[in-house]
Ligand binder design. Sequence first.
Ligand code: ZN
Length: 515
Amino acid sequence: MNLIPKINGKVSLTGGVCSYGGQTPVTAANGAGIPREGYVLTVEPEEIKIEAGDGAGAFYARQTLEQLAREGDIPCGRYEDAPKFPFRGFMLDVSRHFFGVEEIKKLLDHMAKLKLNAFHWHLSDDQGFRIESLKFPELNRIGSWRDEGGQKAGGYYTQEEIRQVVAYASERFINIIPEIDLPGHTGAIVATMPELSCSGEPHQVGFGTGLNPRILCAGNEKVYSFLYELLDEVCQLFPGPYFHIGGDEAPKSEWEKCPRCQQRIKDGGLKDEEDLQAWFTGRLVEFLESRGKTVIGWNEILTSGTVSPKAVAQYWIESGKEYSDKEAGKGRKFVFSNMSAFYLDYPCAVIGMRPIYEYDPYIIEGKPIPKDQVLGLEAPLWTERVIENSHVERLVFPRLLALAENGWTAGKDFTGFMSRAAIYTEYLKEQGVAVTPIAECDPHGAEGARMAGLQIVEVVTGFTQAQKDKEQRGKTMRSLGKILLDGFLKRSGYSQDEQALAYESMEKAIREMGL
Ligand SMILES: [Zn+2]
C-alpha cells in the first residue's frame, strides 16, 4: 500500500485482494464513536463499506479508496483512519503575484486528495489587493494594480469568483481562511487611500521585495471605521470559521513620528508603539469575534501579551519564541509554520522533504507544547519571486506530501515515506502537475550542504537587491545568510563538518559577487 498520507490507525487485512473499479457497490453509514474527519473503510469482495462520523470522514474514505485503487487490486480488510491534527494547511500569497481561479482550483483539488483541510489565502499586501470590494471599488481600481517597468500588472478576484472558489473548496472539505494583513503590509490600501496612513503622502502599489514602512495609522478613527466595513464585506464572502489578520512585520517609524498615534498611546496609557499595535489588533479581534470568527495572526500579535485568548497564533518566526512560549503557557492555540521547516518559497536544496516530514511542534526546543494547543501545521508559499503557475507547483510539490503526512499520521518513517512519495509524484505528473524531481528535495551529505549554502545566497540576494552600498550589502547578506542557514541546517540533520561546508560555499558565492 502506497498511501499518502499513511493510514493513522489500525489496518486489519484478511489476506485476499478486492477490486474497486466502479462495479463494487459502496455503501456509507454513520459510524458512532469515530473521531472527527475519521472513517472506517471495510473492503470486501462483494461490497465496500464506509463508516464515518462526519462528511469529511466519508470524503477522506473515498480519497483513500481511490488512491488504493490506482495501484490495481486493493488488499481486502478493514482500515481505521483519523487525523493527527485538526488543521492541515497550505498558504498561497496571491498579492506579490496574482494567480487565477483555475490554478487555485487545481491546488485545492490536490490538497483534498492529500486530506488537507485549510487553504490560507493571503489576499492583501503591499504589492496588491486581490478581493473585489463593492464598498470600496477604488481598492480595485488602484490597489489591485501596479506598474512593473511600464507594464500594468496585478488583478483581483471578483466576488462571484470568490464564491465559486469557496464552494469548490467546501465540496472538498477545505476551509478557506482569508488573510487581510494588518496594520503592516498595507501598501496597496495606503496607495488607494493615502489619508489612512500617518503622513497622508501619496504612495504607489509596491513591486519587489523589502519591508514597506507606509502602514495604516493606528491613531486615526477613520482607519477603524474603514476596516470594520471592509472586514464585514470580506466576512460575508468567506463563511468559514477563521479569519487571518496578519500582524507581522509592521515597521513603526511612521507611528513614532505621528501626532495622532502618539496621542493614542498617551490616551490609552500604552507603553510604546508595540503596545499600540496590540491595541489596534485587539480592536480588530473584538470586531471579528463579534462576527463569529476565530482570528488567526502571525506570532507577532502575541508580543504585548494582551490579545484575546481565543485568537490563534501562527508560529513562523523563531525570534518570537519568548513571548510565544509565555502565551503557550496560558493555553493559547497555535498553528505551526516555522520558517525554517515550512516556507515553500525557499528552494528544495534548503528546505527538503525531511525537515517538513520530521517536524514536531515546539516553541522552545526541548519544551513541547501541550497537544490540545496544537491546532496543526501549515506550509506557506510567498510569491515575491514566483510568477508562473508551474513555478508555484514545483515549489509546492512534492513537498506538500510531507506536510500532508506529518499533519495526518503520527508514526514517522522517512524512508518509507520517500518511496511512497516517489510513486505519488508520478501520479501528479500524469495529472499535469509540475513537480520538482524528488531526489532534489532530499538534499543531504556534503553535496547537499554545499548546495544549501549556494541557494541561501540566491535567497538573500533577492532580499538585499535594494541596498546600494556594496560593503553594507555584503554585510547584510552574510548576517542574514547565517541566520537562515543556522535554522535550516540544524533542522536538516547535517553534521558539523557538513555545516561548515555550507557556510564555506555561501561565503565563496558572496565573494564571487564582489561583495
Ligand atoms: Zn499615525
